[in-house]
Structures are given as C-alpha cells and as structure tokens.
Design a protein around this ligand. Sequence first.
Ligand code: 1GP
Length: 239
Amino acid sequence: MIHQKIIDSKGEEKLFALLLDPDKCDGDHLEKLLPIALQSNVTMLLVGGSLVKADLGSFISTIKKRSPLPVVIFPGNAMHFSTEADAILLLSLISGRNSDFLIGNHVIASNAIKTSGLEVLPTGYILIDGGVQTSVQYMSNTMPIPATKIDIAVATALAGEQLGLKMIYLEAGSGAKTPVPIEMIKAIRNEISIPLIVGGGLKTPEQVKAAWNAGADMVVVGNALENDIERLSLMADRT
Ligand code: 1GP
C-alpha cells in the first residue's frame, strides 16, 4: 500500500515523486526517463495536471509496460481518472473556498473510484503563493495562502489533519517562481503528525534537500526535469 509506505518511511527515508504531465511526455521521453527514475530511487510517479488532453489510461499503461514504479493519479478534476493506476491522490483543496474542489469533484468521481479498487490517498491540498499565477490557481478559482502567512498555513494544515485527511500537500504550483518557504514547512511539520508532501517550483537539488530537511516526507518535482532528464539523479540524490 502506497500510504503505508509513506508512513513507514517517516523521518528516515526521504521520498521523491516525479510528476509526469501526459501532454508533455511522449513514448521516447518515457523510454529515456523511466530507467533514470528507477536508478535514482524515485518513490512514485504522479501523473496528471490541471488540464490533461492526452488519454490518461493509455499514458499510464505505457508507463506500466516500462517500469515497476507505482503510478498515482494527480487529478485536476473528476475526469482525470483511470483504472490503470495504482492509487489516486484524492485532493481536497483546503486552502480554497471553492466547494467544487473541496467536495464537488469527489462526489462525481466517488462511484468510479470505489469500483476501480484503486488505493485512495485522501490529501489536504494547500496552495501557497509561489510568486506567479499558476494553472491550479486559475483553474480552481481559488486564492493561494500568501507565502508570509505561516500561521494561516499551519492552521489550515492542522484543520486538514483534524478533518481526518491522511496527508498534507503544500503546493506552490507547477512552475512556481519560489517554492514553499522553508520556515512554513518547518512550522507545519511541528504541528501535524500526518505525512507532509511539498512541491511546486523546486528547481535545484539544494531546494529539494532543504525541503526534506525542513520536514517534508516527500517532494514532488515536475517542470525542472521536463527538458533535462539527466538532472533527475542529482535532484533525487539522498546523500
Ligand atoms: C506541481 O508540485 C508539482 O503540482 C510540481 O511542480 O512542476 O514546479 O516541479 P513543478
């Protein structure tokens, strides 16, 4: 079980998720990328994004033919679903006040998710201002928490834990100018006991290490590796 693996690694093994956008990766790209992901000890592949044109099912089945890595759907909405995956991040956008992304899409997808047997990872998704308007902000029509408002971010994460969500994902948004501030990661880590995922705008190995050291159990990297596959082994280096 993916959730159990994340729990078991807590505080010891640092986890690394590689985000793949089905609209930006073709078969050739996957052919080169997946062996490097395996060598680099990538924990899981997140597949998805705010807007997906490609066929998610065939994209995931192409990955599955080439790699044993767990594939987790990172949905932008209820349409982003496939039984080919191992699990789905059931994101509730708790930094926002748009009911569609708090519960609406979840209701639409619930029966399909149940029938699929996919592992469900209920996750409090918290958007933090990353210095640029990101797709997730625009598509969800929600306001991110300002990067300086650590107290609000902490209270939001705490509320997510109290509601029974199993993980918190601090998201600066894909392509963010600045990642989630280290002080914010530390403050949230001190208040919650569920796993903490951090992503958005992580461009250097130093930023990844800083996020881990501040208390992130898992980091998510997408953009920085889209045009520079070789960089993956550096970004995911745990030494
Ligand atoms: C976005 O957190 C992920 O949802 C990854 O962001 O593409 O900026 O690495 P980047």
